[in-house]
Design a binder for this molecule. Structure first.
Ligand code: PLP
Length: 462
């Protein structure tokens, strides 16, 4: 069997898959400040209509416009690799595959949606996009996409990353975007936070508030906002990952994987790989689907399914999702992309249904796994991706104990070449495990007590 399974450009899927069409129980709607469902036209100050339609769509298949396909061809289809060397090192009978999303120009899966978002904005006459970024991956992905379609781009980058990760900022500059540290003095949301704590590290929630405010207060009305994860249309754009993977597995005669694994921050790279397989599971296939998160930010494994804000200061609607509370300030672990307080509503609903079984892993085990991966397969994965690798190794060892030839597929969501600080700390023996204490989680969740309750709806089939 080949170790790299390749598709030609013409074999790239021409439609995205929308899981909302197949969920056994429909999603709970986003709610406005008055507790009433948000109507699509209320979102028009923030998003273009093409994306709003996708956000609320219940159509199963949505065409990928040809112009978007041709931009995606810059690096897609991405290869599916068989991890022969890792299998050998583990002595496992499992067949391990990884979908390599690290080959995009920005180095992760995020350009899959950045390109689509920039294109729909451009098509509707938008001149400029704003966004937030934590570790910098999303900011650089959107900067890349905006430069290709001809939009201006402004990125509010969480202060602590802005100071610690100058290279991402330079990537954004290379693609012509403007990158400012958040909290900034440019928005009311930023100024309010600075007034209370002038030297704070910032958070993703605060940066989202700033980016949304900057878009909606543009007097020329030609600025819109882009979000890199969490929302339904972002999950949709990422499904190209899983759809390609299915074709690639078929090429090597694998009808169905046994285990699907990806890390989860806001849920998009997980959704991208997993949702086409969740579809199969809903239709009777036996597949174990595992989202993996850090023990320090355990929204799926420790957070309740509840209505909560997507940001810190209430610029976003209330979303029904697993959450640690919108005021959650995560500990400074190195997997910056996994430090969001909430989880995509679509991913959350699959967990409520029992279609996916989340797992939390400590960071030292993750770095151990990442180093093993680098020394066998050669790729230095992103700190976020290391969570998926750690779960893969757990599953491969389990397959060995059980003597089963399982097919395990995971999403290699990005490379770690811009995030080597975490590796440095790991090699220096300075990384420690950190679990969110239950008492802290409880305390945080007091902030959502007054919000409407999210109904738990499940069929009990899985
Ligand atoms: C942003 C990011 C993540 C986490 O975000 P999701 O929306 O959960 O995918 C994971 N891996 C990499 C490489 C990232 O850049």
């Amino acid at each position: 069997m080949d170790s790299r399974i390749i598709l030609t450009e013409s074999e790239m899927p021409k439609q995205w898959y929308n899981l909302a069409a197949d969920l056994p129980n429909p999603l709970l709607p986003p709610l406005g400040p008055d507790g009433k469902p948000v109507s699509p036209d209320m979102l028009t100050p923030i998003f273009p209509m093409g994306l709003i339609e996708q956000e609320v769509s219940s159509k199963r298949w949505i065409d990928i416009p040809e112009e978007i396909q041709s931009i995606l061809h810059t690096w897609r289809p991405s290869p599916l690799h068989r991890a022969f060397a890792l299998e050998k090192a583990l002595g496992t009978p499992a067949k391990i595959f990884y979908k390599n999303e690290s080959l995009s120009p920005a180095g992760s899966h995020k350009p899959n949606t950045a390109v689509a978002q920039a294109w729909y904005n451009k098509k509707e006459g938008v001149k400029r996009m704003t966004t937030e970024t934590g570790a910098g991956q999303w900011g650089s992905a959107l900067a890349f996409a905006c430069s290709l379609v001809g939009l201006e781009c402004k990125v509010f980058m969480v202060r602590i990353s802005f100071d610690q990760k100058p290279f991402r900022k330079m990537m954004m500059q290379a693609w012509g975007a403007q990158c400012v540290a958040s909290p900034s003095t440019e928005t009311k949301a930023g100024r309010d936070v600075l007034a209370n704590s002038p030297d704070g590290p910032g958070s993703l929630g605060i940066a989202i508030s700033e980016a949304v405010e900057a878009a909606v207060t543009d007097p020329s009305k030609s600025t819109k906002y882009g979000l890199g994860s969490v929302l339904n249309h972002v999950m949709l754009h990422q499904t190209i990952i899983g759809l390609e993977t299915k074709k690639q597995l078929e090429k090597v005669g694998i009808k169905k994987p046994d285990v699907i694994i990806a890390c989860t921050g806001g849920g998009s790279n997980f959704a991208g790989l997993a949702f086409p397989f969740v579809h199969d599971k809903i239709n009777g296939a036996q597949i174990e689907i595992i989202p993996v998160e850090p023990t320090s930010c355990p929204s799926l494994t420790k957070g309740p399914f509840a209505y909560d804000l997507g940001d810190f200061s209430g610029m976003t609607p209330l979303l029904a999702m697993h959450t640690l509370g919108h005021n959650f300030v995560p500990p400074p672990i190195h997997a910056g992309g996994l430090r969001y307080h909430g989880m995509a509503p679509l991913v959350s609903q699959t967990v409520v249904e029992g279609l996916c079984t989340p797992r939390a892993i400590h960071q030292v085990e993750c770095y151990d796994a990442a180093v093993k991966f680098a020394r066998t397969e050669g790729i230095i994965v992103a700190p976020e991706t290391s969570h998926a690798v750690a779960a893969v190794i757990q599953e491969a060892k389990k397959a060995k104990e059980e003597g089963k030839e399982k097919v395990i597929v995971f999403n290699l969501s990005g490379h770690g070449l811009m995030d080597l600080k975490g590796y440095e700390a790991f090699f220096a023996g300075k990384l420690v495990d950190y679990a969110m204490p239950e008492a802290d989680i409880k305390k945080n969740l007091e902030a959502i007590k007054g919000f409407p309750k999210a109904e738990i709806r499940k069929t009990g089939k899985w």
